[in-house]
Design a protein around this ligand. Sequence first.
Ligand code: FE
Length: 332
Amino acid sequence: MKNYILALTILLSSCSFEQANDDEVVIYTSRQPQLIENLLDVFTEETGIQVTVLSGDAQQLMERIAVEGVDTDADIFMTVDAGVLWQAADKGIFNPVESEVLSSRIPQHLRDIDNQWFGFSKRARTIVYSKTEIDPQDLSSYEALASKEFMGKLCLRTSKKVYNRSLIASMIEANGSERTERVVKGWVNNLAEPVFSSDTNVLKAVEAGNCSLTVVNTYYLARLIESNSVENLGIFWANQEDRGVHVNISGAGLVKWSNNKSSSIKLLEWLSSDTAQEMYAKANKEYPTVDGIPLHPVIEAWGDFKEDLIQVDKLGSMQSDAVFIAQTAGYN
Ligand code: FE
């Protein structure tokens, strides 16, 4: 049986793991255990390899791996957002993995160019609007949300969240810094309320009529729809006339000091299998990174969209430029 250890506060001094044996893979992850528990049970059933999960805050976990170095029990680091995975690679905690399976299954733009980490689910960040306040015919792109017609109608989550920094990074890549700064200033001018702390809260504000539109990761909307908490929210796929919807990933990589590299690579490869892709994406109402995998019914109903094919590493390497633009534009 797997051991699920919830470590909300991680003390570097308290290491309670036994030495990993050959048939055990230890994952350090910021993902909630319930999102991956069933999936990993299937992996263990199929392969006989035991998996132990240590959950916690992404920054603290990657710091912990870096500090523990050769003494770490971590075999795999798994988290969300290419910006965070890029930081982990930048800290030097990963070992590149050359795998025929992973490079053929995971699209090139959804993995690190040096194969230090791989995307296993996709998260689309797009426009959600109030059906009573907004005619979707008037919507087009993230950039157009800066136009005067949306004055006093827009609500946004804080730019301190990595999701928005990655979105801004994708705009810098597409449009350059100057135009991006103008767009972000326009968003700030259009805000109906101060920035929100979560995607869910901002969606509830649109549902309540305090704002008319926002930009969120679609799985937050899917959760509210599934729990019948909202009825007035429509989804709009942004930038379909140009680069497409901003897409980020959740992903994982092999830890440089793993004592069990072959089983760990087996697990990473297995995460790209049809079975794992379907289970993993459905658990959090995300999109699989592998094409042709059945979707959760709520997101299936939203139909297809064109996605921005930016190499996701850039969302990490351009993070500091995105922070600078958000600050200059007064986007808190
Ligand atoms: Fe999230």
